[in-house]
Design a protein around this ligand. Sequence first.
Ligand code: ATP
Length: 460
Amino acid sequence: MTAEKLQTPDSGHPPDLMDKIVSLSKRRGFIFQSSEIYGGVGSVYDYGPLGVELKNNIQQSWWREMVFRYDNIVGLDAGILMNPEVWVASGHVGAFTDPLVECRNCHRRYRADELEQVAAGNLEAQQCPSCGKTGEFTEPRQFNLMFKTFMGAVEQEAATVYLRPETAQGIFVNFKNVQDSARRKVPFGIAQVGKAFRNEITPGNFIFRTREFEQMEMQFFVKPGSEDEWFETWKERRMDWARSLGIRSERLRFHQHGPDELAHYCKDAYDIEYLFPFGWQEFEGIHNRTDYDLTRHQEHSGKKLEYFDQAANDRFVPYVVETSAGLSRTLLVVLADAYDEEEIEGDTRVVLRLNPALAPVQAAVFPLTKKDGMPEVAEKLAADLRGSFNVFFDGAGSIGRRYRRQDEAGTPFCMTIDNQTLEDQTVTVRDRDTLEQTRVSLTGVSAYLHEAIAAARNQF
Ligand code: ATP
């Protein structure tokens, strides 16, 4: 399906936005198809020089929000490979499946719940979206989404291990280690960012659903009975964070899971959804998971995962409120929301209106011409700023074109060294969004940038 067909009329995004984002991502070095020179590999993407900066900045803003802001949240970085018994206990070996159907005519595979007639049990009435044949679908069968690999030198004798399909289990199995070593009292949380892998049947929409992706998860351990209150608190905090990134409020909403969507161990679950060009879709979930995970690991490992509340002389298995966001999916939200086009003097200006604290490059420095020592002054300014900011130096080409390139990269400030600089030691600072140009003294540029970025970061 092309992005055009998926366009939701009321999303308010520019037409064909997904195609434009894919093209800009490649052109400017945000995101490339993995193994492109070999024809690519199914739904895996690589982050280029600008993409990796944007991803790091989103991740850091999440980490600052979750780990630095609250005294009772600490970080963790667990292994991707785990003892396979973890996935038996968590229920993933038995039940981390999607229902799969295949068209007998063209052999395209689909998730049964994504085809209207199949989902309603009318296999005969379903037309294949790919080849157009009706009534060719196989009965749904359960397909496990976990990737398997082998651990050990001799494949036949080696143990089957899984690439983790979520980061959460690394947190649950370390509950005691972290609680004992960090000496945290319930309620407290453990936060982690890392890769997760799912052999998705129908990946797609660029980096929205991929087979390798990154998650930012936090498990908050609470006393049984207090989980509903904490659930409300985390719901609001997470929505506030999304807004603080600069994402438009009218494109954000909560979606509560109905009884048919709710995982059996969840008391309650809300998604935070974004209005993508292809409709409302989740990019973060807040889950009220009861004591399911710790109890299951306690049973399967034979190790006690209880908490002893000294003040109340009380022993219990904590309940868990989870916040689970996709890092790569949040990056798509940020890109989709920031992408803008405007007509200027008969020309289309493409600009990423990124929050300056998320922008891959915070400042670009240009000498207006190659004459009169301008490049030297510009290079010195860029070098001075590099200690604190990611700075891009561009010494050639028309100034208009240099500005436009930075607009597409989302660079909030461009500093130009011009004739006046040589006279009064000031530079032109051009604002990406307003296009206003102000003059700032060479020695004041660093403070100017610090102030602007800090103000943007303070929104987090
Ligand atoms: P879906 O129903 O879309 O398959 P899910 O409900 O299984 O997703 P969770 O298991 O709750 O998703 O994962 C938490 C977050 O991880 C999601 O909100 C999303 O941002 C991200 N995520 C999950 N699967 C993928 C994927 N295949 N590609 C990119 N991000 C993903």
